[in-house]
Design a protein around this ligand. Sequence first.
Ligand SMILES: Cc1ncc(COP(=O)(O)O)c(C=O)c1O
Length: 482
Amino acid sequence: MKSYNDTPLLSAFNRVGNSVIQWCTPSIHMEVPRVSDIYGNDVSVSYHSLGNPCTNTGIFLAAHQLAAQAYGADYTLFSVNGSTGSNFIVLRALKRQLGKIKLLAQRNVHKSIVTAAEDYGIDITYIPLRYHNDLQIFIPNTIDEIVAQVKQYKPNVLLITNPTYEGISLYLPELIEKVKKINKNLIVFVDEAWGAHFAFSKKMPVCAMQAGVDICVQSTHKQGSGLQQTSMIHWKKKLIDYDSVLDSYTALTTTSPSYHLLASLDGARHFMQYRGEGVIDAAIERAAYMRKQINLIPEIHAYEPRELIRAAGAGRLQIDATKILLHLQGHSGMELSQNLEQKYAIIVEKYESENILLIMKLQNYREEIDNTVDAIRKEMRLLSNEKKIKFPEFPSVIEKKMPAYRAAKSAMQSIKINSAIGRVMAENIIPYPPGIPLIVKGEIFQAEHLQYLKALKKTGGLITVMMNDKTINTIIAVKQTA
Ligand SMILES: Cc1ncc(COP(=O)(O)O)c(C=O)c1O
């Protein structure tokens, strides 16, 4: 018999099982069709008559075609390295198809986009960020702002990260209509990591494929009933070349993808297609109930979906009401989420300095809501009264000196942050939360970045900063020639 120390991962994983209450991904309804015997059913591409996922043949092709129909695409591929891997596949495919890419993107891109663009020599122009400092969340650029940037920069690819982490979504049909009027050949790529369930309920924002987007990726494992790692790539054939996507998929997918994960995608698609609407709408109702209960507790506020939309401001927006954003009015989101995890085995999706985000998953049930609300009530009474850390504005200034891929190949040097103003970055700095790049390679370090980094330093670990020097004393800059 193995002891816990012999197999720390396996033992912990088996122990955790159902003993925690999770308000985080994956969202998988209890009745989703499942792989029946994980070890017994493990097969590989050597079983030739099944076809091959990497070449899109056999049962894999059949499952992809059913998914394309269900999600409103011309083509779909199942992917086993999350939207991270899917973003790499899509950018590589677009580069192969177009040769030169002029990519315009909102600033809230996932780090996989930043990295893939650098690796494939793709220059990104970022649309200046809209960050709501009171809500402490990223707010989508308005459609008019995006349209103005499309007119100014004349990109051949527009990337929209939609919805945001908190579920705020642009009304995509309007965006597509307006940008295609400017350039009917503009390829619109949507990172719909958080919208794998949108296609199946009228109460959800309009999904990318139904809005007329050319290509999108989704993390089916987030809220679409797939196992961890599962993702889909959907596209329309009008502007997207099948051979380029398949070439990229074949090149970047492991030659031994887990058939369990692929089968989980097939099961997820089937379940969402036939039962999605009912279970999503029920989750929305449970989320409304939970918000109501939480709003009876002093000093904590669960934003109603309409409040978020109003705060997000101008333009037509939609919202995923399964997301529950809590504002702690001066208390620390980290402190509450740590207490919930350590004392009650309640896991939240994410915390920020004064916020906590919960996801009402398809499988959460009423007793879990009541237990969590009770735990929050108890813990809010005990929370320290320590004053909140006041953050400066998240800088929206962007001044690009050169493409990131060029900065990455330049000679570099380490510079003390106090003397870094005006220097060209040779590293990306991404504070988490909010997980949005503060500055990326090729951009000029400004006084606002310095101020922000100094403020982060004072938070003493509340914010994880993805950068080379974890002590936040130095940055890596492109070396200046004398
Ligand atoms: C917008 C966005 N894109 C892509 C990803 C990567 O997704 P995955 O975890 O499926 O690799 C994430 C992860 O949170 C995300 O938020």
